[in-house]
Write a new protein. Structure first.
Length: 446
């Protein structure tokens, strides 16, 4: 069988074998750490916290932390503070001239930005740690238990939580250097899929033991999930190729024709960022209600508290459309593309260099961003349709949203790296139909 032959070929390559085993070792260390509870906390009293993380924002945080959040683990804050710091630094690099200058300095500038990102991550962790402990104290009191009341416990637990997240960051960097794939993304992937077996088993038991459609309905769910995954793969890999012709070169007395290449413009250049930004805004009303002391809710607030309702998902989808255009506009710069082409004696056939090329690229991005944004919004609200169809809350998270796009993107990137190792040693790739395309697509023409 081709699968068996591919596995044998992977095992024959010593460097690839070491990288895979190293990755599995670091993943095992990470998963082991998610079950180490903070000192001074009784694991048996965490039932209220686990109920709180069954839905809403807390469920999302618990998913990205691989269950460490609900376990009150030393890894409870996960890798998300670093992701938040990276997003802030990325936006700063777009809006602040001094950060733009650092980016243009090459490797030294990137190292300095990475250093500042880590400092910002530590600041975020020192702010989130006490907040997590306050929420944990409330949940433990509701379960008849309590946290130690000393200030030393708060300080030591905050340091442990911050150190745990920075250790996860270190593990991610080691996976990037010595393992397979992007380490930070791979850790998020592990945190997401760690909940898949339990959620899948619960859904199977629910369908077969209760009068909710039985095995036929469960198989229909699996088929629909595969269709959604296929759509997410198309969304991640989709590109529009713009042909570029380079000027002819004269070497000695011979004239050579310019190489014909392409600029791959992505259908979904913003990846999952619009969903993350939209979710952050949609959680504002929920947070306000959470801090409110009144027990009554207005119909408007109640509508936005129901994440499977019409108005919540309608506003959520509109925000994703807007943020997709916004993030694409600040990350894709047609003016810079046009200038780079002109500087390298390249041009788009039938389009004049300079402003005409910039306008042409702008028009193409507008056309391909709209269907990409609409499909991204549909993928984001797909879990709501799954819950309406009777799918459990835990399993419905895998039908769309940030989790599905991250899983698909990271898996494709990892398989692409494995395939590159195989092809480098003159082995067959993973697929007969062609090479695997990751989120980055093919190499740009300039």
């Amino acid at each position: 069988m081709r699968v068996v032959d591919t596995i044998k070929n992977i095992w024959k390559i010593e460097d690839l074998r070491k990288r895979i085993l190293t990755t599995l070792l670091f993943v095992a260390i990470y998963r082991f750490g998610t079950y180490i509870v903070l000192p001074g906390i009784d694991p048996n009293s965490l039932t209220a916290l686990q109920k709180q993380t069954a839905g809403g924002l807390m469920a999302l945080l618990d998913m990205f932390s691989g269950g460490a959040f609900s376990n009150a683990s030393i890894f409870a804050l996960g890798i998300m503070p670093y992701i938040s710091a990276s997003i802030v630094m990325q936006l700063m690099a777009i809006a602040v001239p001094s950060f733009q200058k650092l980016q243009r300095e090459g490797e030294s500038g990137r190292r300095k930005i990475n250093q500042w990102t880590r400092y910002l991550t530590v600041i975020i962790l020192l702010l989130q740690g006490p907040t997590y402990l306050v929420n944990l104290s409330v949940q433990l009191r509701s379960a008849g238990s309590a946290l130690p009341s000393s200030i030393w416990f708060t300080i030591s637990s905050t340091i442990i939580l911050a150190a745990g997240s920075m250790f996860i960051l270190w593990l991610g960097e080691r996976i990037t250097d010595k393992g397979v794939g992007n380490g930070i993304s791979f850790i998020i992937l592990i945190g997401i899929i760690a909940r898949l077996p339990h959620s899948l088993f619960q859904e199977f038991v629910s369908r077969t033991s209760e009068k909710t459609g039985g095995l036929v309905m469960f198989l229909f769910e699996m088929l629909f999930l595969l269709l959604v995954i296929a759509g997410a793969i198309l969304l991640v890999q989709g590109t529009r190729k713009v042909p570029v012709q380079y000027a002819k070169r004269i070497i000695g007395n011979k004239q050579y024709g310019g190489a014909r290449q392409y600029i791959p413009l992505k259908v979904n250049a913003a990846n999952v960022m619009p969903i993350i930004f939209a979710q952050a805004i949609m959680f504002i009303p929920i947070s306000i209600v959470g801090f409110s002391t009144t027990g009554e809710r207005s119909p408007l607030v109640s509508a936005f508290m129901d994440n499977s309702g019409f108005w919540y998902n309608f506003v959520f989808a509109v925000l994703i459309l807007l943020f997709t255009y916004f993030y694409t506009a600040i990350t894709i710069n047609p003016t810079q593309m046009s200038d780079d082409l002109k500087r390298n004696n390249g041009f788009i056939p039938g389009v004049k260099p300079g402003k005409h090329t910039k306008d042409y690229l702008d028009a193409i991005m507008d056309r391909i961003t709209l269907p990409g944004a609409i499909f991204l919004a549909l993928v984001a609200i797909m879990p709501a349709f799954a819950r309406i169809a009777g799918v459990s809350m835990a399993f419905s998270q895998f039908f769309g949203g940030t989790s599905l796009l991250i899983v698909v993107g990271v898996v494709l990137d990892t398989l692409q790296q494995v395939e590159s190792h195989l092809l480098m040693r003159h082995y067959d790739g993973l697929l007969k139909s062609g090479r695997i395309k990751g989120r980055t697509g093919s190499i740009a023409a300039y």
